[in-house]
Design a protein around this ligand. Structure first.
Ligand code: PLP
Length: 415
């Protein structure tokens, strides 16, 4: 005898897991939902909420696409859980060219569905309830979300706007506790565009050494550098510490949608056998990363790097960075540190000129009025409602027009 069909009102409520309650990802949060609703109504929204190069006409190199296509027939089955050997070998070779980067072999390389998946795997493998991870403020908020979801506690260290957004060493030191297990360094930085100096990186490494911290180096923008900026891979400063370096194809190779990234473990591993076993377990349980995209890695990493043309004088990304920087600083009550890398600017709203108490509301109001979708600073774990992030990916002309509209909007905006 079958049971009678239920009416919807009789079904037990399904609540989301409580562990999600403090997990925030504002880049695709409520403002984004409103933008999507408006788009469905036929509005054209300028979406400056994600660093998605392909959406702004930046095409991936043909050779990546060609190698993925020719690899497709071989890519139908699961691959090794860490990834196909040719791609992992190419990752090893890439870092062999970086002066001082500690040696490692293909067993130390893990491929993932973007850096995002590898961040989640790392925090899940590492953290027990209440373990602390030092994460920059402002941050790329996935680090905070993944730490929280793993049961850890994200402890934010301040980056100093007055010091070109370099991390504040005093603040890092003041936030170390017995529970601190790792420090995250995002360099070049999302959202500030800062490229960290050797001195600052050296001091961070000294702190990590003193407190035996795992070093997590998110270097997904390491080839997106402007003017005379020089990027120093953090692992090269700490060959005596376990360091995980994250990178991938999404940004410099303009194919975020293929979901392809890697992480490499360098330094001593004997003390971390159990953690690494955890990483291997998590890599195995997801079987493998998206295989077709793995076939794009070898060719991406070898030979001429087409990203260089985009950031050198005359390059599109450099031109757009310049426009964003100049135009934002022209708005009364707005100031912006010059981004030296990555794809973003993180301007400040002078509270004496623009009294904004709720920066999410500001983003909603801007979206509804100007059809421009940005992310508020607090969505990137900045402690005050006085910043927002601009993605510098649109064509210079469009970016310039959008920032002008933003300025006009701000001129009469009151909360
Ligand atoms: N890390 C940083 C600092 C990022 O800005 C992003 C994406 O914006 C990611 C990681 C995620 O990249 P992926 O597309 O490889 O998952």
């Amino acid at each position: 005898m079958s049971t009678a069909p239920k009416r919807p009102s009789e079904l037990r409520r399904l609540e989301q897991a409580t562990k999600l309650q403090n997990v925030l990802y504002e880049i695709r949060g409520p403002v984004n939902a409103e933008a999507e609703r408006m788009e469905a109504e036929g509005h054209r929204i300028l979406k400056l909420n994600t660093g998605n190069p392909a959406a702004f006409g930046f095409e991936p190199p043909d050779t990546i696409v060609q190698d993925m296509i020719s690899g497709l027939p071989a890519a139908a089955g699961y691959a090794q859980s860490k990834g196909i050997p040719s791609a992992r070998r190419a990752v090893v070779a890439r870092y062999e060219l970086v002066p001082g980067f500690p040696g490692f072999d293909i067993d130390d390389v893990y491929l993932g569905n973007g850096v995002s998946e590898l961040i989640t795997m790392t925090t899940q493998a590492l953290l027990n309830e209440g373990d602390e991870v030092l994460i920059p403020a402002p941050d790329y908020p996935l680090w905070t979300a993944a730490t929280t979801l793993a049961g850890g506690k994200a402890v934010h260290y301040l980056c100093d706007e007055e010091d070109d957004w370099q991390p504040s060493i005093e603040d890092i030191e003041s936030k170390i506790t017995e529970r601190t297990k790792a420090i995250v360094v995002i360099n070049p930085n999302n959202p500030t565009g800062a490229v960290y100096t050797r001195e600052v990186l050296q001091k961070i490494v000294d702190i990590a050494r003193e407190h035996s911290l795992l070093v997590l180096a998110d270097e997904i923008y390491d080839k997106i550098l402007y003017d005379d900026a020089v990027h120093i891979n953090l692992a090269s400063l700490c060959p005596d510490l376990l360091c995980i370096t994250f990178n991938g194809l999404s940004k410099a190779y303009r194919c975020a949608g293929y979901r392809s990234g890697w992480m490499v473990l360098t330094g001593p591993k004997g003390h971390a056998e159990s953690f690494i076993e955890g990483l291997n377990l998590l890599a195995s349980t997801r079987l493998c990363a998206n295989v077709p995209a793995q076939y794009g890695i070898q060719v991406a990493l070898s030979g001429r790097q087409s990203i260089d043309d985009l950031v050198l004088p005359g390059g599109r990304l450099l031109e757009q960075r310049n426009v964003a920087y100049e135009k934002l600083n022209e708005i009364p009550g707005v100031s912006c540190v010059k981004p030296m890398g990555a794809l973003y600017a993180f301007p400040r709203l002078d509270p004496n000129v623009h009294e904004i108490h709720d920066d999410e509301q500001f983003m909603f109001d801007l979206l509804r009025s100007e059809k421009i979708h940005l992310v508020q600073g607090t969505g990137m774990n900045w402690p005050a409602p006085d910043h927002f992030r601009v993605v510098t990916l649109p064509w210079a002309r469009d970016l310039s027009a959008a920032i002008e509209r933003l300025g006009n909007f701000l001129a009469s905006y009151k909360q």
